[in-house]
Design a protein around this ligand. Structure first.
Ligand code: R7I
Ligand code: MG
Ligand code: MG
Length: 298
């Protein structure tokens, strides 16, 4: 829910240089304008519903088909160009393995699309972190064949799980979270970016914007989202405002930061005005409820 709100709050700033804090605050605090979410939330809803249906497992063929149907139903949600090429092929019957491997010169996508939708995997109760990493990789592979795109999803899912499973009564130990999460990255590039995060937690937010590309690549955005969350682990609105303020891929970095904040702080942390402004909020609540009910069913 926080991730969906953050996606919608960040969307007006996507692809632009960093906005003034006052402009971001104006959108966050505006009482009645609707919050319209983008492909990030559209895909997260598909993945959450898939997990609920498959009792916490990923069945790649079915997931690929469901993502492709959602894209076809609402192609105007702002999908990445690689995602459109993969999902349109899947929709016309091409196996996901072939479709995902066909883009970007045959290397597969290293975009952040698999990471931006993966949070529900990290919220499945009763799975070990190893299981979560495996399920996150499987959920990523249906669209993102490049290992950097897969690493983004694995790292974000494990970070969400750690955030959800650490007591709120204790300060979140940033170094510990990074150490755990970094073990699951397979590429040295991802490990190096994650290792730089603890050094960015005390300085200015602009240091994060300078350190990471903050673009639609997994490597340029996932470590930035984790860094912003770790700077404000108990203040979701501050974290989301800072994520949007980085500029670049604002809807997606905000959505990933929002997912981490929601995992730690719970649904009660969502400002009532955001929940009221969010489009299809009942649908989002329902899917979130199904996901939390999974723990009991498993
Ligand atoms: O990963 P994906 O679904 O994109 C998600 C982004 C988010 O910001 C959403 O809000 C939405 O706006 O899109 O879609 P892809 O098109 O696979 O990847 C996103 C971008 O990453 C691409 O448009 C490219 O700019 C970049 N990219 C690559 N560039 C060069 N070479 C991804 N893979 C490559 C690559 O191999
Ligand atoms: Mg988007
Ligand atoms: Mg985006």
């Amino acid at each position: 829910m926080l991730a969906a709100c953050a996606d919608a709050l960040g969307a007006p700033f996507e692809g632009r240089p960093a906005a003034e804090p006052a402009r971001i605050a104006a959108i966050m605090n505006r009482p009645s304008s609707p919050l319209r979410w983008t492909d990030d939330t559209a895909q997260m809803l598909v993945l959450a519903a898939h997990l609920a249906e498959c009792t916490g497992e990923i069945r790649r063929e079915a997931l690929a088909a469901a993502l492709a149907r959602a894209w076809e139903a609402e192609p105007g949600r702002g999908y990445g160009m690689g995602a459109v090429r993969v999902l349109s092929q899947v929709r016309s019957g091409v196996p996901w393995q072939r479709a995902a491997a066909s883009v970007f010169g045959g290397a597969g996508s290293w975009g952040n699309g698999a990471a931006m939708r993966v949070a529900p995997v990290g919220l499945v109760a009763g799975l070990s972190l190893d299981d979560i990493a495996r399920a996150a990789a499987a959920s990523a592979q249906v669209t993102h064949a490049h290992q950097l795109g897969i690493d983004g999803a694995v790292v974000q899912a494990v970070a969400v799980a750690v955030a959800a499973r650490t007591s709120r009564l204790r300060r979140l130990a940033a170094d510990d979270l990074i150490a755990v999460v970094a073990q699951y990255a397979r590429t040295p590039e991802f490990t190096a970016e994650l290792r730089s995060v603890p050094g960015l937690l005390e300085g200015a937010a602009s240091d994060i914007a300078a350190r990471f590309a903050c673009d639609a690549t997994a490597l340029g955005s996932v470590p930035a989202a984790i860094a912003v969350f770790l700077r404000h682990p108990d203040e979701p609105a501050d974290a989301i405002a800072e994520a949007i303020g980085l500029g670049g891929d604002t809807d997606t970095i905000a959505a990933m930061t929002g997912a981490l904040a929601g995992a730690r702080c719970g649904e009660g942390a969502i400002p009532a005005s955001w929940a009221l402004r969010l489009e299809q909020s009942m649908r989002v609540w329902t899917v979130a409820g199904q996901l939390s009910g999974l723990g009991q069913r498993r």
